[in-house]
Every structure is written in structure tokens, then in C-alpha cells.
Design a protein around this ligand. Structure first.
Ligand SMILES: C[S@@+](CC[C@H](N)C(=O)[O-])C[C@H]1O[C@@H](n2cnc3c(N)ncnc32)[C@H](O)[C@@H]1O
Length: 276
């Protein structure tokens, strides 16, 4: 039995995992929202790379924008690549192709792409510099790189009910314990510049859960992901919170869902830059 299957020691360095609850969250995403700034700079014929593409929900819009150019997606998880291929086939995106691979060791030639994009990837990969060096290598001179990553400390739930801030904090701590970067969204401008990119433009935005349907979704997501046995065990294993803490937070989340002013928002930072 490998450590991933051992019930007492769920070894999970990629914090989110691939549960149905998280896949549901990924399936809400699309290029028009999550890659809005980049979309305005794409044109037909460009060759684009989507790193950590997941099930490809953002990749589809990128593929459409550069047709008849090519969209290449890469992700370390084979099941995500299968989903992305199925989405491309269902959407008739014949210019989109996907492969399994590691963002720190890209299987592409130097200067192979006009544009590289990633969404919610750098926050999870321990070696940021390795990813950026690879992106720089596979971009053509003058090529564009864009990224959008979470800012854990600026995300919130209202009303806080005295404990919901602890959920955001524990989530950030868990990312860090797994080698991730919970505040990467606010660090992108510096990180891009240190990696040698030029013309770096940074911005920030919120993903809002402020309607009855979205509050309901966010609560369901918390139930299915944050309060799952895997997350509870991982937090306990890293000494971040006890199962009793999670019981208290779960109760508060149910109260939150029914509060008349229930509102939650995830903060994201983004940057777009050029390879000199
Ligand atoms: C949070 S998901 C984001 C998926 C997609 N970009 C989106 O926002 O909908 C992060 C993805 O990055 C992938 N990933 C994590 N580390 C990776 C690495 N080193 N190389 C390639 N993919 C990686 C995971 O498998 C996962 O599918």
C-alpha cells in the first residue's frame, strides 16, 4: 500500500486533491473570468501553453481565442488531462492538446510558445523559481506570461461569527505546510521581476459568493472539501487544527449559510509580463 492509500497517513502535497467537490469548483471557471486580462491580448494564430490546466475549463476559452493557433495544456495529474481532452473534444476545439507533465520540467522545446498562462498553480508548487525558469525557457523572446493566484489573507466570510477567519487561516497554513504559497497572488509582481520578466503589470480582484445560489454553492464546497476527512486529517497531521476545531467551524458554516447577510469572497492577484 502506498502512503496515499494508507488511511492513517494521507500523504498529499497537492493541497486540493481531485475530489468531486473540488472538481465542481474548477468547473465553474472560464477564460472570460479567470483569464480576462490575458484574453484581451490574445489573437488568432498564437501558440499558447496553459500550465496546471486541471480539467481544462479555462483552457477551452484560450483555445477558442487563438484558433487556428494551438493551445497546449499540461498537468501532473492524468485524470485531469483525460477530462481536458474530453472537454476539447466535446467543444470541438481541435487546436487544443493536453499532456501529463511537471511544470518544473516542461517537455517542450526552447521558444516553443508565444504565450504561457497559469491559474491557481504557482500557489501550489513549492519551487516557484523552477516553474518561472521553465516558462521563460519555453517562451519566445517577447512572449507573454500571465498568472492568477490566490491571496489567502485577503479572502473573507461575512459575518465572521467569531471563527470563520480561522478557516481561511487554517487553509493558508495547510497550503504552506504542503510547500505551497498562500499569499502568492500579492507577490507575483516581485516574483516575475526576480525571474527576469519585463513590463510586469499586476492587479487584484475578488471571486464573489454573494447570491443565494453562490452562498449555497460555497457552503456545499466547504462541506465537501474543507470538512472532508482528508482535509481534517491533513490539518491534524500538520498540527494546525484538531477535529474538534473542525466540528466547531462546521457548525459556524451552517449558521453562516443561513445568515441574511452571508457573503464570502476569495481574493486573487494576477500579473502579466513579457519575456525580454
Ligand atoms: C487548483 S488546480 C487549477 C486548475 C486550473 N488551472 C483552474 O484554475 O481551473 C491546480 C492544478 O495544478 C496541477 N499541478 C500542481 N502541481 C503541478 C506541477 N508541479 N506540474 C503540473 N501540474 C501541477 C494540479 O494537478 C491541479 O490540476
Amino acid at each position: 500500500m502506498n502512503s496515499e492509500n494508507a488511511p492513517d497517513t494521507p500523504e498529499r502535497t497537492y493541497t486540493m486533491g481531485y475530489s468531486d467537490a473540488f472538481q465542481e469548483m474548477l468547473h465553474r471557471r472560464k477564460a472570460e473570468v479567470q483569464a480576462r486580462r490575458l484574453l484581451g491580448r490574445l489573437r488568432p494564430g498564437l501558440r499558447v501553453l496553459d500550465l496546471g490546466c486541471g480539467p481544462g475549463t479555462i483552457s477551452m476559452g484560450l483555445a477558442k481565442a487563438v484558433e487556428p493557433g494551438e493551445l497546449h495544456g499540461i498537468d501532473m495529474e492524468p485524470s485531469q488531462i483525460e477530462m481536458a481532452r474530453a472537454a476539447a473534444s466535446a467543444g470541438g476545439h481541435r487546436n487544443a492538446s493536453f499532456r501529463t507533465g511537471d511544470a518544473t520540467d516542461l517537455p517542450y522545446d526552447d521558444g516553443a510558445f508565444d504565450v504561457a498562462h497559469c491559474h491557481a498553480l504557482l500557489m501550489h508548487v513549492p519551487d516557484t523559481r523552477a516553474v518561472l525558469a521553465e516558462v521563460k525557457r519555453v517562451l519566445k523572446p517577447g512572449g507573454l506570461f500571465s498568472a492568477r493566484e490566490m491571496i489567502g489573507a485577503a479572502s473573507f466570510s461575512e459575518p465572521d461569527l467569531g471563527v470563520l477567519g480561522d478557516i481561511w487561516k487554517t487553509y493558508s497554513d495547510l497550503l504552506e505546510a504542503n510547500g505551497g504559497h498562500s499569499q502568492m497572488g500579492r507577490e507575483l509582481r516581485r516574483v516575475f521581476r526576480e525571474a527576469g520578466f519585463s513590463d510586469v503589470e499586476a492587479a487584484a480582484s475578488f471571486e464573489s459568493y454573494g447570491t443565494v445560489e453562490d452562498v449555497d454553492f460555497f457552503h456545499r464546497f466547504a462541506e465537501g472539501w474543507f470538512f472532508s476527512p482528508e482535509t481534517v486529517q491533513a490539518a491534524a497531521r500538520h498540527g494546525l487544527a484538531t477535529p474538534k476545531d473542525f466540528d466547531e467551524w462546521r457548525h459556524a458554516m451552517t449558521q453562516w449559510k443561513d445568515a441574511p447577510g452571508a457573503f464570502a469572497a476569495i481574493a486573487w492577484g494576477e500579473a502579466i509580463a513579457r519575456k525580454p
